[in-house]
Design a protein around this ligand. Structure first.
Ligand SMILES: Cc1ncc(COP(=O)(O)O)c(C=O)c1O
Length: 442
């Protein structure tokens, strides 16, 4: 049963106020007012129940308002909420220790922050200080956040119109196996040649100040692109040769979503610095920068400063501890792996019915479905993606589509790790219907 808690006239008034008083920070707003969320669903003001296939902003890995998170927030805010930034508390020290326990050596020192951009900002500051250099290399379809250094390393959106980014930021091509640019004789992606060429260009442009490479192990905002096995080991080597630190941004992939605790486990490549955010707070603002004792020591000796209002805040650190409790106890890595297979089977079956499905990719519960209007030429249509997204929402499924030049619309499918097979089946059947109807309407 769906129950509306907001009268239609009140909803209209909210939209009027929104139009009058809110800054539009990312295009148009989703055309629904949400007044409640629970588990895998959000509930609209007019009483509709919508399946949340984006886990909020790719963050709510335990679903919305998980009872243990609710309890933690209630208890923690009533006993120790926020502190002077130089003070420590048990939830902060405990979370740092426990994060180290989930990670391979030498990642054992954590800095607890608030957002993904902030964690990358801090990681880059640390890399620059420790190497004494300032140049940063990232993927040409990256998203690392909206603050200065993070935005300067972000190439998938938001570069035009804001003046110069930080000096010394360079992009390398994304190893996209579905749309290969450098190819072998049989037409497959020749990622080694692509990577060599990329670093030839970096070396040509560098002033000799290469500090770090900041990359996502699976590009999410770039269209769910998973670099091939072997790529990160080769990238790590490129970094080593140049004295650069490798920073992996696991904002979306960290904490079990891809079927392992961290996506880098597949590659056997341990970064010098790891950043976590979205999934660590499972929807609450918590982020972490994790590095080795050696790098932390060097940074400290050089006067590392990242003193913010909400650094080491006990409230969200307590939430992080509960997130780790639930992930471990409920074995959500294994669950993400199994549900990921279930999801992929459903998507593959759907691809058999809808020729507009060009590619299905991703890992665990981070899946991508790329739409094309012609499978042979991989020709794209922005209109199709918009139509499918709109119809899904009408039918009760919230999906997010990435539209980038030269790519088809790619749906990012990232349900909570606590979702059930029934919920995934419901989402798949809505997507199936929306695809059918949108294609008929094109
Ligand atoms: C991989 C990645 N890194 C960093 C960020 C930025 O995080 P935040 O929006 O919390 O600053 C995002 C956000 O989408 C992201 O996907």
């Amino acid at each position: 049963m769906t129950v509306s808690t907001t009268a239609p006239s009140a909803t209209a008034a909210l939209w009027a106020d929104a139009e009058r008083h809110l800054v539009r920070y990312g295009g148009a707003f989703t055309p629904e007012i949400i007044d409640r969320a629970a588990g895998s669903y959000v509930f609209t003001a007019d009483g509709r129940k919508v399946l949340d296939f984006t886990s909020g902003q790719m963050s709510a890995i335990l679903g919305h308002s998980h009872p243990e998170i609710v309890d933690t927030v209630r208890q923690q805010i009533a006993s120790l909420d926020h502190l002077y930034s130089g003070m420590l508390s048990p939830p902060v020290v405990g979370l740092a220790r426990r994060l180290a326990g989930t990670l391979p050596a030498p990642l054992e020192k954590a800095l607890l922050l608030t957002t993904g951009a902030e964690s990358n900002e801090a990681a880059l500051r640390m890399a620059k200080l420790v190497t004494g250099k300032h140049e940063v290399v990232s993927f040409a379809r990256s998203w690392h956040g909206m603050t200065q250094a993070a935005a300067s390393a972000t190439y998938s959106a938001g570069r035009k119109g804001y003046g110069p980014g930080a000096p010394g930021n360079f992009a390398i091509p994304v190893p996209n196996t579905y749309r290969p640019d450098f190819t072998t004789a049989d037409g497959c992606l020749d990622w080694r040649r692509q990577l060599d060429f990329a670093f030839d260009l970096i070396d040509a442009q560098s002033t000799g100040s290469l500090a770090a490479c900041l990359v996502e192990p699976i590009l999410s905002s770039g269209g769910i692109i998973e670099p091939p096995a072997g790529y990160f080991a080769a990238l790590r080597e490129k970094c080593r040769e140049r004295g650069m630190l490798l920073i992996l941004d696991e904002a979306q992939t960290g904490l079990c979503r891809t079927g392992t605790w961290y996506a880098f486990e597949r590659d056997g490549v341990v970064p010098d610095i790891l950043t976590l955010s979205k999934t660590l707070g499972a929807g609450l603002p918590l982020a972490a920068v994790i590095t080795s004792e050696e790098i932390e020591q060097e940074a400290h000796e050089r006067g590392f400063l990242f003193f913010t209002t909400h650094v080491a805040d006990p409230l969200v650190a307590a939430v992080g501890n509960t997130v780790l409790d639930v992930l471990t106890r409920d074995r959500l890595d294994e669950r993400a792996r199994a549900l990921g297979e279930f999801l992929r089977d459903g998507l593959t079956e759907m691809a058999g019915r809808h020729p507009v499905v060009g590619d299905i990719r991703g890992r665990g519960l981070l899946a991508g479905l790329e739409l094309v209007v012609d499978r042979a030429t991989k020709r794209t249509s922005d209109e199709l993606g918009a139509l499918v997204t709109r119809r899904c929402l009408e039918l009760g499924l919230h999906m997010n589509i990435v539209q980038l030049p030269g790519m088809g619309g790619t749906f990012r499918i990232a349900p909570p790790l606590t979702a059930t097979e029934e919920e995934l089946s419901l989402g798949l059947s809505i997507l199936d219907q929306a695809l059918g109807e949108a294609c008929a309407a094109l």
